[in-house]
Each structure stands twice: as C-alpha cells, then as structure tokens.
Design a protein around this ligand. Structure first.
Ligand code: SF4
Length: 507
C-alpha cells in the first residue's frame, strides 16, 4: 500500500496541524491526562513487583528478534500446524487482498453479519468498511470498540480505544445510538460504570447468540502447534471465539512465536505492561477446528496471514525492531506528546510513540501525515524505558527523520524504491550540507569560527526565514569572544598544539 491512510480511513492532516487542533480541546486533555496517569502509575507498581522484570524484558526482545530473523521458517511451520489441526491458511500481501479474502469467506457461509473481537489488524486494513460495502455488517463486541462504533468515531488508544470519552459522553452515545444497531439502551440509563456495562452486555448478548461467523485478530500465534492466542479482559473475545460456527482470524505475520515456552514470557509481560494486571483475566487459545459433538469452538477456522508492509519493514535494519511490538500501549501512557495531542492526531490506528514509528514504515513516508509522524516526539526516551520488548523508539524516530529529510532507498513489496526528500526541509538539508562541507575542512572551520567571534555583536537574536518560528521560542547560544582553538593555543602556549588540534578535528 502506498502512502496515505490505511484502507477505509480518510486522508489525515499532518501531525502538527492535527495536534494543534487537539490540544485546544480541554475536555480531551482532561480525559487523557486522567486515564494515562492512572494506567501508568498502576503499571509501574505491577512491574516493580517482579524482581526479574529486566530479564523478562531481555528474553522478550531476544525471542522476537530470533523469530523475525527466521520469519519465513516459522510462518511455514505455523501453516503446517494450522492445517494439521483442521484450519485453512490464506496469505494476504496487502489490505485489499485481506479484505477480499475475508469478504469471500463470509459470503460462502451465506451470512450477512459477523461479530468481532477487538483487533488492530482488521482496523489497519479497514475490514469493517470493506464488509459494509459488500452488505455485511460487522459488530464490534469489545466495550470500548462498541463505544467507538456507535459514536461513529475512531479509536484513539491501542488498549482503550475510547480513552478520549468520559462517562457522560458514553451514556449519551448509548442512549442515542444503541437502538439503531440492535437492543436499545435501558430507559433512564445513567453514567455509572455498572449501568453502562450492563447496557452494553444486554446489547451484545443478542448479537453473540445470533452470530454464525466470528472475526478476530490474535496477540500471538504458536508455530509448533498452530495455536492462536487472544488476550482480553471482558470475556467478549471468548464468546466470539467459541459461539460462532465459522471463525476468521486476521493476524499480522510478526505475531508468530516459535514455542509455548516463548509464549510464557509474553503472558507475564503483556498483562503487567498493558492493564497492570498480574495475570490476564481472559486468555483464549484455540488450535484449528472443534468437533461439534464434544467441544465448544468453531467448526471451520480460517487464518489470514497479513503482510501489508511488514516484510518491507523487516528489510530495514534499524526500523525492524518496531515489529517486536506486542501492543501493550505502555509507551502511549508515558508519552508527553500523546498525553496532550491524543490518538486521533496520529492519523492511524496505531497512535502514540509506536504509531509514530510503525505507520510510516507500514505505509511509507510519502504522505504528509506519514512524513510528519517521526517528528511527533520530544525524544525524551520514556517510551523506550517502559517498553517490555525494549524497542528503542527514539532511535527509530531519528532514523525515520533522516529518511524523511534525505530521501533514500527503501524496499516496498520486495522492490527497491528511491524516496524523494520530503518538501519543507530544504533549509535543513542546505544547513547540513554546509556543515558537512565545513567540518570536513579544518581550515574553513577555523576561519568560520573566527569570523563568527568577530561579528558576534551583529548576530540576530532569532533566525531569519524558515528558522524564525523555531528560534522565536528558543535562546540561541552566545558565540564566545574567542574560539576555543585560539584560546587553547594562547593559554597553552601552543605546547599541546598537535594533539589538541588533532583531537578537536577528529571529533
Ligand atoms: S512499542 Fe513497546 S511499549 Fe509501545 S505498545 Fe509496543 S510493546 Fe508496548
């Protein structure tokens, strides 16, 4: 898929413009601040309980790296295991192919409704919109996703998609919209959590009992047995995975882990990192199909393995670490930029720090929004500190900024593509070229430093042209009356000249 929005999503303005609008919304800021601070504090306490957190983090990182290094082998092993257990595997190169496969599978059942487990991959490909266009209604069953769907809204957080809504807003959405989608909200519904949850439960229950087709993603896929794993905390996922006769799971290829021993690590780090729970409330696992006479679960199971830019991301030595992500959302909850701008400003189903490095890699940096995302960060490093698989998000952000400014070569769909440098960075490029020229010539550097010292009284307090806005909010450093090298030679009498000079120019 080329740059721009994921399928099913409108074109978005660049991050600075969207964030500028978002930060003026005081309700949004208050909702976000309250929610992110609550989750981050709880997470810090849950993580601090484990003496071996650092070892678990390192183990998670290594397992993911090893799997990604041999991804082809593990995916083939996974396919064999799923087929052996009675399932069918489909390979989708991009969003359009994945949507076509799922649509045809639903059509083949004769059904026009599906129930869905919360899934980032299906949001990424715009599956709901693609199904709707073919007359198939997809019902979200996760509470937060239900709120987003009823409110004709977009998710703004990986774990808590309706984090930007408060209880009063949710009550209003339920009262006004539930009736159009099925069972209406009870009369006199208030904004107490118990009543809201009860209204959602009653509304969803009739959908679960009627559904013949379920659609899910998966948090993990175990190659050795072909087992898929969904980690959730409401029980809706369990209903979708066990009640419908046909189950279709759309999963990114990076979600495979080799063995159950490997899974053990992530089942410890994910709950603590995401919801700050010691153990996840509902961890559903299924392997292939079930026998109608003896067990719950689907009679037909289809696994759609989604690429959609992932193998291109894998080809980038620095950027590929983003594929380690287990979508815990801890990086969102500590990010000062996310806390103020909110998730919608990122123009993607992947908001926050992980979105800022994942979306421009999956979609390319060709659009305004994707070229702006690597700049949606203060590079404070808080995201790296909390990441349970040690993704160095600041490193990837800087790497992607370089790509945006300089252009360069990347792989798209297995083909090398030359990227044009993004517009709007001409001054930065010219400044870097000039700096490169001067730093490579010690004589020119010395001359420039002396010139700068002698003319320092005439230096402007702000930069002209494109640098004006940047320097208006910053103090430019004062140029010393005498360059360091001259001072060194003068005070050391030139005694250490040779070594001093070489050392300075060597840096
Ligand atoms: S990048 Fe790390 S902290 Fe952020 S969602 Fe992914 S795993 Fe969690």
């Amino acid at each position: 898929m080329s740059g721009g929005a994921f399928v099913g999503m409108p074109a978005f303005p660049p991050f600075p413009r969207a964030a500028h609008e978002a930060v003026r919304n005081t309700t949004l800021r208050a909702n976000l601040r309250h929610a992110t601070h609550t989750i981050r504090d709880k997470r810090a306490r849950a993580v601090a309980e484990l003496d071996d957190w650092a070892e678990l983090r390192e183990a998670g990182k290594r397992i993911k790296d090893e799997t990604l290094r041999h991804l082809d082998r593990y995916l083939e092993q996974l396919e064999e295991s799923v087929v052996r257990a009675g399932g069918t595997v489909h390979w989708a190169a991009d969003a359009a192919e994945a949507n076509r496969i799922v649509t045809e599978l639903v059509r083949a059942t004769g059904e026009t409704e599906v129930v869905k487990v919360k899934s980032m991959a299906t949001q990424e490909i715009g599956l709901n919109e693609a199904l709707e266009a073919e007359g198939i209604h997809a019902y979200e069953t996760d509470l937060a996703e239900l709120i987003v769907q009823l409110g004709k809204d977009r998710p703004s957080h990986i774990l808590v998609p309706a984090i930007h809504r408060n209880r009063g807003e949710i009550r209003d959405i339920f009262r006004e919209e539930m009736g159009a989608w099925g069972r209406p909200a009870p009369d006199g519904l208030t904004d107490t959590p118990a009543e809201l949850a009860d209204a959602a439960r009653l509304h969803l229950r009739e959908k679960f009992l009627r559904a013949k087709v379920g659609v899910s993603g998966a948090n993990f896929m175990v190659a050795e047995t072909g087992t898929l794993v969904v980690v959730e905390s409401e029980g809706n996922g369990r209903m979708c995975l066990t009640l419908p006769e046909t189950l279709i799971s759309v999963v990114g290829i990076e979600k495979v882990v080799p063995t159950w021993r490997d899974l053990e690590v992530f089942l410890q780090t994910l709950p603590r990192s995401s919801t700050a729970e010691r153990m996840n409330p509902y961890t559903s696992m299924w392997t292939g199909t079930s026998d109608a006479q003896t067990a719950d679960g689907p009679r037909a199971f289809h696994l759609v393995l989604l690429d959609n830019g992932r193998t291109d991301t894998l080809a980038d030595e620095v950027g590929r670490q983003a594929l380690r992500c287990i979508r815990c959302s801890a990086c969102l909850n500590v990010c000062p930029v996310y806390e103020r701008a909110g998730g919608h400003a990122y123009g993607s189903v992947y908001p926050g720090p992980i979105g800022a490095i994942l979306s421009p890699q999956l979609r390319g940096t060709g659009s305004e929004i994707d070229a702006s995302l690597p700049y949606a960060s203060s590079l404070c490093g808080a995201c790296y500190e909390v990441c349970p698989v040690a993704i160095d998000i600041p490193e990837v952000l800087v790497h992607l900024r370089e790509r945006v400014v300089q252009g360069g070569e990347v792989t798209r769909r297995g083909v090398k593509v030359t990227l044009k440098p993004a517009r709007g960075h001409a001054a930065e490029r010219a400044a870097m070229r000039a700096a490169g020229f001067v730093f490579a010539r010690p004589g020119a550097l010395r001359l420039g430093q002396r010139l700068a010292s002698r003319t320092r009284r005439f230096h402007p307090r702000t930069l002209p042209g494109p640098g004006r806005a940047w320097s208006a909010a910053r103090d430019l450093p004062k140029v010393p009356a005498e360059p360091f090298r001259d001072w060194w030679e003068r005070t050391r009498g030139g005694a250490a000249q040779g070594s001093g000079r070489q050392e300075v120019s060597g840096k």
